[in-house]
Structures are given as C-alpha cells and as structure tokens.
Design a protein around this ligand. Structure first.
Ligand code: UFG
Length: 323
C-alpha cells in the first residue's frame, strides 16, 4: 500500500520536529512547511522535503498542496508564548488565527481528509477542580489561548460544511527532548521553565520564579509536564483513529499529574546534581495558577497514555542542553 502523505506545519519547531520523526517512524511520508521564524532548518531530518513558507501566504501554501497529494495535515505552526501574547496580541491573532484560516482554505481546496490541530490547555478558564476535563469551562486568560480556541471553533465549523475530519489536541506543558538526542527544545529567546532552569544551572545564575503567592501547595504555579515524545504518540493515535473512520474529537494530552515550579527545580537538582538558586519575581501576566489534565478521554477513545515522568523529561532535556 502507498504511504500516506502528511503535511507538518511548524515541522522545524520544537514539537513539530519530534512529530516529523514520529510520523516517519510510523511509515508516513512527511512534508514540512515552516517559515523558520522560530524553527530551525537543522531540526528537520535529512531526506524530509522542506518548504520554507508562511501559513499567512496563500501562494506558498497552494504550491505545497499542488506538489503533493496530501492526505492529512498536522498543524503546529504558530506563536506559542503566553506572556508575549499579552504584550503582542495582534501578532498572535494574525499568525494563529489568520494564518490558520489560510491553511484551512488551502487544505479544503486540496480535499485534505484529516486535520490534527495543536491546541492548548490555555483554552481553559480558572477552575475549582484540580484537573481539567475537555468539558471544563472554556475561558482563555490570554490572547494565545484565545487564538487557539477561535481556531478550534473555526475548524469544527469548516468540518461541518466540508466533510473534513479533525482532532483538536489540547496540550499541557510539552517538555523534554528526543531519546536519540537528534532534536529538543530550542527557542530564542527561551521562555519555558525547564530549559530556563537548565540554563541557569549551566551558567550558575539564578532562575526567576514568576510568583510565589499563588493558591497552590507552595505558592508557585502548577503545570502538567508531558514528555514531547508522549505528546507525539498522542498525535499519531489521533491521526490513526481518524484514518480508521473515527469521528472528530477534542482531547487533552497530559499526564494527569501536576508539578509546581519548585517541584521542577528539585527534579533538576536531582538530575544534574547541582543546586539551583531561586530569585522570586512578580507573577507573569496571563499565567494560570494550576493547569493539570484529566486525560481519561484520550485513554478511553484513542488508547493513548503518557508513559514518561518528570525525571525522564528533565534527564532528556539536560542531555539535549549539554549536546
Ligand atoms: N516560569 C518561571 N520562570 C521561568 C519560566 C516559567 O517561573 O523562567 C513559570 C511560569 O510562570 C509558569 C510555569 O513556570 O508558572 C510554566 O511556564 P512555561 O513558560 O514553561 O509554560 P506555560 O505554562 O506558560 O505555557 C506552556 C506552553 C503553552 C501552553 C501551556 C499550557 O508554552 O503553549 O503550556 O499549559 F499553552
């Protein structure tokens, strides 16, 4: 049987580059589309077709869809920093909403059947319950989350009128690096907690902790850190379900376990054997106190479950940082 062709937008980025490897490993032919604004050409494996282009550019998109008979799109391209989105909301709506509209238009015109979308736990509003199911109240606290929620609705509406089938995957905190050391987290500037702590350790500088007065066990924010390779396994499970005829759906991809910023610092100390110096700063705008997944639906419907824990995440991220 001929291999299916999957277009990965943002395939030169952190999660996208891991997904390219997961898809290739599962026997798909992969095409990468990325504007390299935050991604890195070196993270795309040799032999994988790479198209430099921006999802806001209909001509660039049309060229890719004309060059390959694309069966499915896995859409990662977009801006991802919660704090930055508060300062530059228009960039977030332009890239994440307007750009994704252009991608959907091109995909629908090319009769793409399956669309897997990189959504986020940032679509959820504050909650009294410790874990978020997919039915939790949707009330993003920042433009990043709002842009992703808008897209969820746009994709669902598009599907109703076109027959496109989709999976909306709400990620919790993607972290860690590939087991083979070939790709990992590489953002400039880096805003994410784990690489920032690791760099602080390497440079012997303090890690800034944004807020220690949240209503959590130790006052610092709690997140559900999910290994990026587990996350990609979740995408594969979602894509395969669509291909097998499953209906469209929305799924949390998380572990179901929460760790505070101080827990993560302790995990880094255990893995690296070095003491981390903490410098407490004011809260970062847009941050929620606690975001932890209830991943039950993904387990029941997709048969997927995250298997790696915080230590493995930190270990792989540390190996990548030192490489
Ligand atoms: N933090 C620090 N110091 C740092 C960096 C982060 O204290 O140097 C804190 C943040 O304030 C937050 C926590 O560590 O409380 C995690 O922050 P990250 O920036 O690593 O991740 P976010 O939770 O802000 O966002 C990530 C992704 C989003 C996704 C979200 C879902 O970047 O794309 O997880 O939870 F939507």
């Amino acid at each position: 049987m001929k291999s299916k062709i999957v277009l990965v937008t943002g395939g030169a980025g952190y999660i996208g580059s891991h997904m390219v490897r997961a898809l290739s490993g599962a026997g798909y032919r992969v095409v990468v589309f990325d504007n390299l604004s935050t991604g890195h050409r070196q993270l795309v494996p040799r032999g994988v077709p790479f198209h430099k282009g921006d999802i806001r550019n209909p001509k660039a998109l049309a060229a890719v869809f004309a060059a390959y008979k694309i069966d499915a799109v896995v859409h990662f391209a977009g801006l991802i920093a919660v704090g930055e989105s508060v300062v530059q909301p228009l960039s977030y709506y332009d890239n994440n909403v307007a750009g994704s509209l252009r991608l959907l238009e091109a995909g629908v015109a090319a009769k793409v059947k399956c669309f897997v979308f990189s959504s986020t736990a940032a679509v959820y509003g504050p909650s009294r319950t410790p874990r978020f199911s997919e039915n939790a109240v949707l009330a993003p606290g920042n433009p990043y989350g709002a842009s992703k929620l808008m897209l969820e609705r746009i994709i669902a509406d598009t599907a109703l009128s076109t027959g496109l089938r989709f999976m909306l995957l709400r990620y919790f905190n993607a972290s860690g690096a590939s087991a083979d050391g070939s790709t990992g987290e590489w953002h400039e500037p880096e805003t994410h907690l784990i690489p920032n702590i690791l760099r602080a350790v390497r440079n012997d500088t303090p890690i800034k902790v944004f807020g220690d007065d949240y209503p959590t066990k130790d006052g610092t924010c709690i997140r559900d850190y999910i290994h990026v390779e587990d996350l990609c396994a979740g995408h594969l499970a979602a894509l395969k379900a669509l291909e097998a005829g499953s209906s469209s759906g929305v799924f949390n991809l998380g572990t179901g376990r929460g760790h505070s910023v101080l827990d993560v610092i302790r995990a880094v100390e255990a893995v690296t054997g070095k003491k981390v110096t903490v410098s407490v700063k004011p809260r970062r705008p847009g941050d929620a106190a606690c975001l932890v997944a209830d991943p039950t639906r993904a387990r029941k419907v997709l048969g997927w479950k995250a298997c790696r824990g915080l230590t493995e995440i930190v270990r792989s991220a540390w190996a990548w940082e030192l490489s």
